[in-house]
Structure formats: structure tokens, C-alpha cells
Design a protein around this ligand. Structure first.
Ligand code: GAR
Length: 202
């Protein structure tokens, strides 16, 4: 098989999407391998898992730094790791336009809503409050605008009677773990067009 694309993952917290990508990358036919897991939170649980699984890690707190300086340090760590692509996986930072432009077309994000609905925070509660039948998740290319950029894939998740934001979030997370590696595989193979490919329901 041809050389695999090197993927770096940025996390801020638990890192379950990072873990899903890490284990997806173990498959022989997966077209990407993990180059780095990096975080703005040195205590992020996901860093410990990545380290235990033999993936290089990098942590740099953003506290006391300008956004530009922090993004620059993260960028240098990404370049040093030899990353070709970057996946944001619960990376709860607003990115500077300069950082975004350096990875344009090669940086993706996963967001827990059916974009363009519910950008930002509290996506599940907003879907419940609106009386939606479905929540879901989206993978999109990162552009300077928050949770914007061409959608690469979406999965709808049914909202059940009695759902709370927490129960819905837990089911959407299962869908996230399936969707993310598929979208990244298509991107690194050059198969993606940036128009939405909805995996369920459309
Ligand atoms: C995921 O649900 C992800 O979609 C969301 O944070 C969670 C991280 O969980 N991201 C955003 O809201 C970004 N706008 P994880 O750390 O277990 O992967």
C-alpha cells in the first residue's frame, strides 16, 4: 500500500473522537496514520490514552498567551510531527485566521449538530428546545468562521421521547465515532468534493 497520510489530532478534553480515529487507523486499509495528538489542556484525558497507545503527544496551555502565539506554537508542533492533515476533535478553541489559512483544505472539524443548524455550544439542548425529530453530527472543512466550511459528511440521529441533552449527546457521540474516520479517509484519498454526503437519511 502507498504511504499513509499523516494525521494530527487536536483535543481539549476526553478525546473519544481521537480514540475512534486512533483505532480506525489500526486497520491495514486505513489511508491515514496518527502523527501527533496535541492539546491546549495539559490535563486532557485523551493525552494519556494517546501516550499509552504509542502516539506522540504535545501539550501547551493557552493560559497567559495571545491567541496568535498559542496557534503558532501548535502550528510548529504540527509541522514538526510531519502532519499532512489536522483533525479537530473537541478542540474548544477559536482559531486565528492565520492558523486556519496554513491548513486550509487539510483541516477538518467534527461538530455535534446537523450543520448549518446549531453552530457553537449547547447543540443538543437547542435541538430539543426546537422540537426537532433528529439531532446529529457533521464533519466539515475548517474555515475562519466558527463551525462553518464545506460539509464532508453528516449522520442523523433520531431524538427519542424523554431524551435529555445528555442522552442525546451520548447517542450522537456513537455516530460521531463512525462518521469521522470515514470522512477523513475520503479526504486524504482525494475523493471528497466538499458537498454534503449524508450517510443516513439523505
Ligand atoms: C464531541 O461531541 C464533538 O463533536 C464536540 O465536542 C465533543 C468532544 O468529545 N465538538 C464541538 O462541540 C466543537 N464545536 P470527545 O473529546 O469525547 O471527542
Amino acid at each position: 500500500m502507498a504511504d499513509k497520510a499523516r494525521l494530527a489530532i487536536l483535543i481539549s478534553g476526553t478525546g473519544t473522537n481521537m480514540a475512534a480515529l486512533l483505532y480506525a487507523a489500526r486497520a491495514a486499509d486505513c489511508p491515514f496514520e496518527l502523527a501527533l495528538v496535541a492539546s491546549n489542556n495539559p490535563d486532557a484525558a485523551g493525552l494519556k490514552l494517546a501516550e499509552a497507545e504509542g502516539v506522540p503527544v504535545f501539550a501547551q496551555s493557552h493560559r497567559g498567551m495571545t491567541r496568535e502565539d498559542h496557534d503558532q506554537l501548535m502550528h510548529e508542533a504540527l509541522v514538526l510531527s510531519g502532519a499532512h492533515f489536522v483533525a479537530l476533535a473537541g478542540y474548544m478553541r477559536i482559531l486565528t485566521p492565520g492558523f486556519v489559512s496554513k491548513w486550509q483544505g487539510r483541516m477538518v472539524n467534527i461538530h455535534p449538530s446537523l450543520l448549518p443548524k446549531y453552530k457553537g455550544l449547547h447543540t443538543h439542548q437547542r435541538a430539543l428546545d426546537a422540537g426537532d425529530n433528529h439531532g446529529g453530527c457533521s464533519v466539515h472543512l475548517v474555515t475562519p468562521e466558527l463551525d462553518d466550511g464545506p460539509v464532508l459528511g453528516q449522520t442523523q440521529v433520531a431524538i427519542l421521547p424523554g431524551d435529555t441533552a445528555d442522552t442525546l449527546a451520548a447517542r450522537v457521540l456513537i455516530a460521531e465515532h463512525q462518521l469521522y474516520s470515514r470522512c477523513i479517509a475520503r479526504l486524504v484519498r482525494g475523493e471528497t468534493t466538499g458537498s454534503a454526503e449524508v450517510s443516513i437519511g439523505g
